[in-house]
Design a protein around this ligand. Structure first.
Ligand code: DAH
Length: 339
């Protein structure tokens, strides 16, 4: 009996594969599943099976019936085509309004990067990228950051274990070097990307965040160009009434160095809880240090340039009034869908 069950199973499966029409399917149903079909026939012979084997044979028979029925249903569905188009499908009410699938959109940080890219693109800056896993040389040395500089300290940079000169870049200034190594002036690039620092996470710090670097190099580039380009940028990004001012600062790879501040867009520079003094620092900048030019083989007597770097999260937080950097990384749709 068991052998017959197995044979029936194989035959039914083979037959199902060849079915291409509703008529063939109905013939299959009658032959295998019908009241006088082959399954019923075997079932009728169950009492003649030795009593010891009967329960198991009964179970196998039931299983076979389920399998053949499932196969039958499957072929029936596929003959009917897509759900809802078969002859027995319910009539669709075509006057019902459609259901719009929820559309996603770019992450607010990516939107911010795109917006800043577009502003600089209008001033002729093209976009450059560099690796996130970097050599120490590009993150520090070539940028005129000597080995004893505090930011070289292991605690301020993620090093890749097993290699003491490989790290996760802590600034996008690395891309300045990579671009200048491969291209001759004139150069006008911005370089957006991720940077990494072992900071404790809080409302304004994250171990990973985004920066946008900028670099312009040519003969005769002055601090006046730096101020003009960055002022135009600030007014395009924060609004045409935005005031800018430059304060002296220090970065190893620029000389002189400055920080640019913009008038607070909330209080229009009068001073409020967000800005305190009416001014908000948004980026670091300066004239490219001659040592950086030497590292990439440019003649510092021939070329001058300016560079700048800003934090993307900070730019987005200031523009949209986001109070906590962690909102950007929690993937909470209640936050993200507002952008
Ligand atoms: N790399 C600096 C930082 O991470 C930002 C910066 C400052 C970039 C001045 C520059 C620059 O290109 O000129 O803090």
């Amino acid at each position: 009996m068991k052998a017959e069950l197995k044979k029936l199973k194989d035959r039914a499966e083979g037959a199902l594969k060849g079915i291409t029409s509703a008529d063939e399917l109905e013939a299959f149903r009658i032959k295998y599943l019908g009241r006088k079909g082959q399954l019923s026939e075997l079932l009728a012979r169950l009492p003649s099976v030795p009593a010891g084997e009967r329960p198991e044979t009964g179970r196998l028979l039931n299983q076979l019936k389920r399998d053949i029925t499932a196969g039958f249903e499957r072929v029936k569905k596929s003959l009917a085509g897509e759900p809802g188009t078969g002859a027995a499908a319910p009539v669709q009410d075509l006057t019902l309004p459609g259901r719009r699938p929820a559309l996603g959109h770019r992450h607010p940080l990516m939107q911010t990067i795109d917006e800043i890219k577009d502003i600089f693109a209008q001033m002729g800056f093209k976009v450059a990228y560099g690796p996130e896993v970097e050599l120490e040389y590009y993150n520090f040395e070539a940028l005129n950051i000597p080995p004893d500089h505090p930011s070289r300290d292991d605690f301020d940079t993620f090093y890749v274990s097993g290699a003491d000169d490989v790290l996760l870049r802590s600034q996008t200034s690395t891309v300045q070097i990579r671009v200048m190594e491969n291209e001759e002036p004139p150069i006008r690039i911005i370089a957006p990307g991720k940077v990494f620092r072992p900071d404790t996470v809080d409302a304004t710090h994250s171990f990973m965040f985004h920066q946008i670097e900028g670099l312009m190099v040519d003969e005769g580039v002055t601090f006046g160009h730096l101020k003009g380009v960055l002022k135009l940028f600030a007014q395009a990004y924060f609004g045409p009434d935005t005031q800018t001012r430059f304060c002296p600062s220090f970065f190893p790879f620029t000389e002189p160095s400055a920080e640019m501040e913009v008038s607070c867009s909330l209080c229009k520079g009068k001073g409020c809880a967000t800005c305190g003094s009416g001014w908000i620092e948004i980026l670091g900048a300066g004239m490219v240090d001659p040592n950086v030019f030497k590292a990439v083989g440019y003649d510092p007597e021939k070329y001058t340039g300016f560079a700048f770097g800003m934090g993307v999260e900070r730019m987005a937080m200031l523009k949209y009034g986001v109070a906590d950097i962690r909102f950007f990384f929690e993937n909470d749709m209640r936050f993200l869908s507002q952008f």
